[in-house]
Design a protein around this ligand. Sequence first.
Ligand code: NDP
Length: 517
Amino acid sequence: MTKLENYINGEMVPPTSGAYLDNYDPSIGEVYSLIPDSDERDVERAVLAAKTAFPGWSNTSAEARHDILMRIVSLIERDLEALALAESVDQGKPVSLARSVDLPRAIANFKFYATAAMHTANESHDSVGQNAINYTLRQPLGVVGCISPWNLPLYLFTWKIAPALAAGCTVVAKPSEVTPMTAYLLSKLCSEAGLPAGVLNIVHGLGPKVGSAIVAHPNVKAISFTGGTKTGEEIARVAAPMFKKLSLELGGKNPNIIFADCNYEEMLATTVRSSFSNQGEICLCGSRIFIERPLYERFKKDFVERVFALKVGDPRESDTDVGAIVSKQHFDKIMSYIDLAKAGGGTILTGGRMSELPALAGGKRHAVDGTSIETSNVRFGEAPLPPAYAGGSDRLGGWFIEPTVIEGLPHDCRTNQEEIFGPVVTIMPFETEDEVLGYANSVRYGLSATVWTENLSRAHRVASKLESGIVWINCWLLRDLRTPFGGMKDSGIGREGGFEALRFFTEEKNVCVKLGN
Ligand code: NDP
């Protein structure tokens, strides 16, 4: 069985403890590789390596940093298929999604910051009347910590390390222990690309052991974290008294507001995507769908029909829409929220159950009205697999949940207030703009929101009143990497993206020069 290794000081090394954790393929529910169970000793080695590498890397020209990051891009492009498959096996997402979204975005992250490094400039202020000039240096912070979650593993991992490296920092990074595979493969590519030893260090293991040791280490100057709000609170509690810079990208419970005058077909197709892409395990998915009353019944019928038609299946099948839930623990959490919704009086319009995939092959599914319908045979295992992986058609017994649509719940019940982070959405009617804004803003989170309307004034008015770091009007997940990305309220602090991220990884120093007479 493949044993992953840490990447410390340019070398692939086992954990100091010699112990390993199980890594599951969620589509078969079985262990397929082993992850280093690292601890504070490994973090100590990684921080030392990063500290030693810092003077060299921070004094490397922007052009040289650009060249190395672009070599990493070429290697990811070369290995795109293998990386996409690895992401799919590790996370449970359809390989088609990994191929079309996760990998292209990892490439874009490196490209964006490789080139940004070449285009950053510092400000100067001509202090006319004082016979002086001020200029502001932005100097890399030193060793920084990057901690990422399991839902978009390589996509979010590179979203942090690319700007840190471009800014001239050295990095100690921890991917989620639930989905470590592509970060491990990336470490090999970084070596191949000639990234100097110690510039990037990747330590695998558990959050409370490895993540917390990175956060608490006095030589780590900043923490860039994406994950749950509860973990963010814990990180802030430790890092804030140490005066570390903090970027926290946390949970969400995003509203999707649909007015009756919207472009219906585009809204419908996008809403299916914004609800169930990546099994709903994207922090930007719209999980609370508000529909203006005159459109409610039509939307409900069409939406449920389309959701019911989504194919839940083997993540390696090219026509799979919804893959496996990332872990048994997360599967149980989502199912408990479905039970909660039922207990609270919610009506399940479609889904609501575990998907029994082996039984699905050539079998039956239940239609919305409870009658049975035939499904086409589910085909398995045509894609090439990593050598360690021995899954097959008779073993697809992992953690699958049918895309679930619920109605009849009030906006302030727990199902509509707490983050579920799975293939579960609620639909609710509304009468007026003020009413829906009240519903939308009633949660503790404020990450993203989507608004569907052809009324230009209303679109801008609603956008300005939404308590949300990101608002999409008549679209979803349309990303321009130059724009600020992040959440309000309990969805976090700080913004990633564009020059914001480069600024985060640098410290300003103002120099005031008195000019001679
Ligand atoms: P977690 O908060 O559980 O974990 C995120 C990362 O932090 C993991 O690498 C985890 O390690 C690590 N970690 C756990 N405990 C600690 C600790 N005490 N100190 C330092 N690090 C720690 O989040 P999930 O992985 O479950 O990801 C899902 C969450 O991420 C959702 O809430 C989602 O909304 C949010 N998210 C937010 C995004 C945004 O941009 N705002 C984007 C994507 C996701 P380990 O895996 O070992 O537990």
